[in-house]
Write a protein that binds this ligand. Sequence first.
Ligand code: F2R
Ligand code: MG
Ligand code: MG
Length: 349
Amino acid sequence: DLSLLRSKFRGSMLGALIGDCLGSPYDNGYNYLSNGMKLVLQKSFDKLEGPMFKAPVMQFTDDSAMTYSLAKSLVEQKELEVVDVAKRFVKSYFLEPNRGYGAGVVTVFQKLRGDKFADIVTPAKQQFNNQGSWGNGGAMRVAPVALFCYENYDNLLDTVRKVTQITHTHKVGVDGAILQAAAIYQSLHLNPNETLNVISFVDDLIQKMDQIEKDEEGLGLAEPQPYKIQLGVVKALISEDGDGPDVKDVLKKLGNSVAALYSVPTAIFCFLRAQKPISGIQTENPFRRAIQYAISLGGDTDTIGSMTGAIAGAYYGEEKINSNMLQHCESSEEFRVLGDKLFEIAVKQ
Ligand code: F2R
Ligand code: MG
Ligand code: MG
């Protein structure tokens, strides 16, 4: 069904944007939201979904700025041109440097611009004493690549690696982007009108990451398969009966930080957990539930909200995204159009 698939492409781009716009006001360091703040979040979502009211549009941050640049490059070049992507990241940063970029990544942009993009490999490698960044900046912007490679999973891995390494070369930063892309890829290929088998969704990711992390072994990491292990934790948490795991337990085991390892598995968990009702979140809409739950975990709320939204939007499609809420998010029409253009390039019709 091509119209459903088009809607899923839009849904992923819009989901990434909504999670970022709605999550950024709650970016609070490392604490999950108090009961009072959770109520504020509930009421604010209710209001945004309700009849249109005059309110300032919610601004996006670095997550969406970089997602936008990447999507635009793929759409205009119709293939991955890494130098073009790097130029767009840098241009967009220097036009609007106050979008809340990571503390380290700015150095990469300065070096790239400084030598006029002659060498786009070294600046990222030099980050953090030549370790490279393990931040979630690669994962937070990866949705367009998952859409672009809809019909070619092997191409997906290679494309994610190349595009992530513009800024993030640490294996954990790169593999976090691969995991996020793989989750979006799986969501795109599933039918939202059938019940989602949450266990097999995680098992499929475990299988993918097992292969990837095995192939990359020997890099001297303390833990050679960190994502496979964290996905095992996601599976255990999602299998808990009754009301599901306590927030404190989720945060202790999965995390909510700017580290890719402690945010990408969390976003996947939020999407899966929201298949069922969650206490304290009043909505019938599982797309909203996923994002609202992600934000309620606190910490890096814009990014975990955005990554959760990209996965959930790819699964449910635009139909589950409240149009009033969308109108309160900056540039939502541009993100919808980019979803359409990626669909037209990526899907043979
Ligand atoms: N920057 C933020 N949030 C901070 C507060 C924002 C505030 N609301 C505001 O507006 O000012 N958010 C954005 O950053 C995250 C993505 O970061 P990215 O692109 O991965 O950047 P970076 O600098 O490469 O990594 C982030 C931090 O992680 C630590 N780190 C990474 N690798 C490390 C290593 N090898 N050794 C030690 N530390 C490492 C550093 O503290 C980095 O600065 C998203 O949340 C986005 O929304
Ligand atoms: Mg941000
Ligand atoms: Mg963030």
